[in-house]
Design a protein around this ligand. Sequence first.
Ligand code: OGA
Ligand code: MN
Length: 286
Amino acid sequence: MALRETTDVTIRPLSAALGAEILGIDLSRPIDEATFATIHRLFLDHSLILLRDQHFSPEQHIAFSRRFGDLAIHIFDQFLLPGHPEILRVSNKRKNGALIGLADAGKYWHSDLAYMKRPSLGSILYSLEIPPEGGNTLFANMTRAYDTLSHDMKARLEGLTAVNRVAEGRRTSADGRILMSKAQLAKTPDVVHPVIRTHPETGRKSLYVSQSHTDRIVGMDEDGGRALIRELVAHATRPDNIYTHLWRPHDVLMWDNRCTMHRVSPYDRRRRRHMHRTTIEGDVPV
Ligand code: OGA
Ligand code: MN
């Protein structure tokens, strides 16, 4: 029987915690089914995949992303790429004084769209301009975070749920102004998700709480719930559970929002940082 030909791909692990770089793929060229199946499997196995030196158009970015599922149109519609609402600009560039993108997408640990009833499966971020220093993106492996909890803690978390919502810093400014429109607020009522979720494709359990989006634990008093969330985030973000991505222009980085969290490290805000992100819709967490 003839073996189906696949593109020769080589992979390079990015850290002990998670992530793999895939070499030998050019996303500006057609990706056949067998090659896509390999990319998809590597994504599930490593929770984060990196493809460097990619030169592709917004249309190609969107088309590649769609192979993983339907795309979410981000609620912050003022930051969408004109003509391509599937692309969210993660950028500190300005036009007529106003930011054209989400300038600090994620100073604090989070998983994308955890504040939606159906959060994201994964995000694909494509770097166009990066500052000379800082602005790295850190990723934590939430499956490993769950696996390394004590037996007692696992038992305590079983069946717990938490209220998730848009991060306070996005809702109101430091001086108390409401930053979201009525329509944006209407699309983002508080949602309840399990504290431990089971990955719909791998069947593995992960912790699903974050600094930005998890507000309180259902059935616990506010302080007790927040202390537990802090403890879990601290456990999940120990240095040995993290991959830190140092960006180069034209990196395509895709992460699994169902089993990782991420945040961006500080950088000089006078330096330009400009990226395009697509967001794939996921399942209701269970
Ligand atoms: C994001 C995000 C972090 C970064 O795009 O979802 O959180 O490094 N970005 O810009
Ligand atoms: Mn994010």
